[in-house]
Design a protein around this ligand. Structure first.
Ligand code: ZN
Length: 383
């Protein structure tokens, strides 16, 4: 990625800088037992960013004051700051145990901008706390596009979406079998501790989400669920040396996933999961449904000019799937870069339709439900 492309993600809007700094400080606080000095230094730096945005005499002035504010809704930290995202006013970043909240992973991460003037590398800070989502995607796809062969690009991206976690040896074998798969170096890492259960005998276990296959978060309360809340199944952990999950809502629809041993297990980094795997799972689901209806589907055609090219009977549809929980980030992004296909809101985002149409009336937007209806009706006409 060139400096220019990187530079386009930097921002001087104080509200965005405060959100980015708050998330970094909250993350640092949540891992302070592991990364002591580095974490406290990071919180001090982020206090500086917040103070600068607030101006003299307002807002938290010490690292501990900042941490205290992060346990309350962001609205108080953002009060009076220019360019603050209204949709984050009620969001809290740290829970009472000092862990990051679910909102940090599924919504606030979509607001992250890199902080240009905060120099020095911090390998312990995950990409999703320091980089814009487009940068993370670009980094992943650049490695795949190296060959400029469409079929290799599709095989690589599909592999990553379908196998975001697994036994390391098994992943290597699957990759060899798929053929032509190119992934960025260091793409898989150990499963983080807060996505594992440690049994009394010391063995670790993890459980894949039924929708995205990434290890679900395991709370100290025993609640197990995917960090992306639209993947909504919630389980209770039945502890022991052979732990099992029980569905919390008692639904019998799908049986809980079986536990997998943590030893030898790897998963993609949280940024790659959130910005490549989560939307990718929706893209593949929609493609499979269109194929099931009898349509022909090309994934990520022309090296990703848009997401799906669907040929149903005599009709052709090109769509770009937008899985973005932050409506304001989505609108801002679409304003900045005009899409080259119709915007498709997947199941989890169908609620955004009306607001998006009001904000950008010239854009063609439709929902997953409506789109699949159009595909089926085109197929019926062709018969
Ligand atoms: Zn999931």
């Amino acid at each position: 990625m060139s400096d220019d492309e990187l530079g386009s993600h930097y921002t001087d809007v104080p509200g965005q800088r405060v959100v980015a700094a708050a998330l970094r400080a909250a993350y640092a606080w949540s891992v302070r037992d592991v990364h002591r000095n580095a974490a406290m230094l990071e919180i001090a730096r982020m206090t500086g960013v917040v103070m600068e945005a607030h101006g003299p005499g307002r807002g938290p002035v010490t690292p501990l004051e900042l941490v205290g504010v992060l346990r309350a809704s962001l609205g108080s930290l953002l009060a009076g700051v220019r360019g603050r995202p209204a949709e984050l006013a009620d969001v809290v970043l740290l829970d009472h145990e000092g862990r990051l909240t679910e909102n940090a992973y599924d919504l606030v991460c979509e607001h992250v901008v890199p902080l240009k003037d905060v120099v020095g590398s911090r390998p312990w800070l995950p990409s999703w706390t320091t980089m814009h989502s487009d940068q993370i995607r670009q980094q992943v796809f650049t490695a795949m596009i190296a060959s400029t062969k469409q079929d290799e690009y599709v095989a690589s991206r599909r592999f990553l979406v379908e196998h975001p976690a697994g036994d390391e040896q098994e992943l290597v074998e699957l990759k060899d079998r798929a053929g032509g798969v190119r992934l960025a170096k260091g793409g898989y890492r150990d499963v983080p501790e807060d996505q594992l259960y440690r049994a009394p005998n010391g063995k670790g276990w993890w459980w894949p989400c039924a929708e995205c296959r990434w290890p679900m978060a395991v709370a100290s309360s025993g609640k197990v669920r995917c960090r992306y809340r639209p993947h909504s199944a919630v389980f209770d952990l039945v502890p022991g040396d052979r732990p099992v999950l029980r569905r919390r809502d008692g639904a019998r629809r799908s049986s809980p996933p079986a536990g997998r041993p943590a030893e030898g297990a790897k998963c993609v980094d949280a940024g790659v999961w959130r910005f490549v795997v989560v939307p990718g799972a929706s893209e593949l689901r929609i493609a499979a449904a269109a194929e099931h209806a009898g349509a022909k589907v090309l994934l990520w055609p022309f090296l990703d000019r848009f997401d799906l090219l669907v040929e149903a009977g005599d009709e052709k549809f090109s769509v770009d799937v937008k899985e973005c929980l932050s409506l304001s980030s989505l609108i801002e992004r679409l304003r900045r870069r005009r899409p080259s296909a119709r915007i498709l809101l997947p199941r989890s985002c169908e609620w955004q339709l009306e607001t998006l149409q009001d904000a950008l009336p010239e854009l063609a937007v439709l929902t997953e439900t409506k789109f699949l209806g159009q595909v089926r009706s085109a197929m019926r006409k062709a018969r």
